[in-house]
Design a binder for this molecule. Structure first.
Ligand code: SAM
Length: 243
């Protein structure tokens, strides 16, 4: 069944209403008919199975036939602090990170972040939000990952608040993800990924001051977007969420 995150005011224990682009998608693209079903989500952790009763291009209505805890959320809360990359790479990380289970994305401005990538043009946040919502619907997440405003690295390192914080750094030789997780499995992880040009030495030093652990992802140098997905996937797998 297709999943749709809909505004809470259009969703009660008894009825669901889809409007706008979602109604057009149901009526004209998916061509669902009354009697067929879809899953509506309120983005608070509940999902509602809905049997359609009326379908038109402007409005789709249905009766809620079941309300259950939304599945599809990882057992670990992973915040990905990702350096602002070129648009298509950054947006790729948003989509794929949602699929593997990232709970929150924080765009980070670092010393070597390319200037033109730090400018947040009007509409960029909305576009990113749309990418997250569509990816969460496609992969059947129970919630849409959160998207923070762009943050300076120094502030992110100081304020992450996660139980464990890791910063993949290609110069690190001693500690890998497995050993970083060997003690106890944290409930929340902050993961910091640098830009195309990497982190500056003083940024790694500042990370250490804030007890953010540099880790290696192996001897090969991964592109930033690859490193983000590989590290996020390995962490979510290590905590048993891809079993
Ligand atoms: N200094 C790199 C180089 O020589 O090309 C550029 C940085 S790399 C393209 C982008 C980011 O991915 C890094 O800042 C780091 O966070 C992560 N990364 C890539 N390969 C890694 C590795 N083998 N170990 C740890 N982190 C890695």
């Amino acid at each position: 069944m297709h999943h749709f995150f809909i505004p809470s005011q259009n969703l009660t224990d008894r009825q669901a209403i889809l409007t706008g682009e979602q109604a057009r998608q149901v009526a004209l693209v998916l061509r669902l008919r009354p009697g067929e079903r879809l899953v509506a989500l309120d983005n608070t952790g509940w999902e509602y199975e809905v049997r359609l009763t009326a379908v038109s291009r402007d409005q789709v209505m249905g009766d809620v036939v079941d309300r259950r805890t939304a599945v599809g959320e990882p057992t670990i809360h992973l915040t990905l602090y990702i350096a602002l990359l070129k648009r298509e790479k950054f947006e790729w990380v948003l989509q794929k990170g949602t699929e593997v289970g990232v709970s929150r994305f924080v765009p980070v401005i670092t010393q070597r972040t390319l200037a033109q990538d730090t400018e947040i043009k009007a509409g960029k946040q909305e576009r990113w939000q749309k990418i997250l919502t569509e990816a969460a619907e496609q992969c059947r997440r129970g919630r849409i990952p959160a998207l923070a405003m762009p943050t300076r690295l120094a502030d992110a390192l100081a304020q992450h608040g996660a139980e464990m914080a890791l910063i993949p750094w290609e110069e690190e030789r001693g500690v890998g993800l497995k050993s970083a997780l060997s003690a106890a499995l944290p409930a929340s992880i902050a993961l910091f990924i640098g830009p195309e040009g990497g982190f500056a030495p003083e940024e790694i030093a500042l990370a250490r001051q804030h007890h953010v652990q540099p880790v290696t992802l192996g001897r090969r140098i991964l592109r930033a977007e690859t490193a983000a997905l590989v590290a996020a996937s390995l962490l979510i797998h290590e905590v048993g969420d891809m079993a």
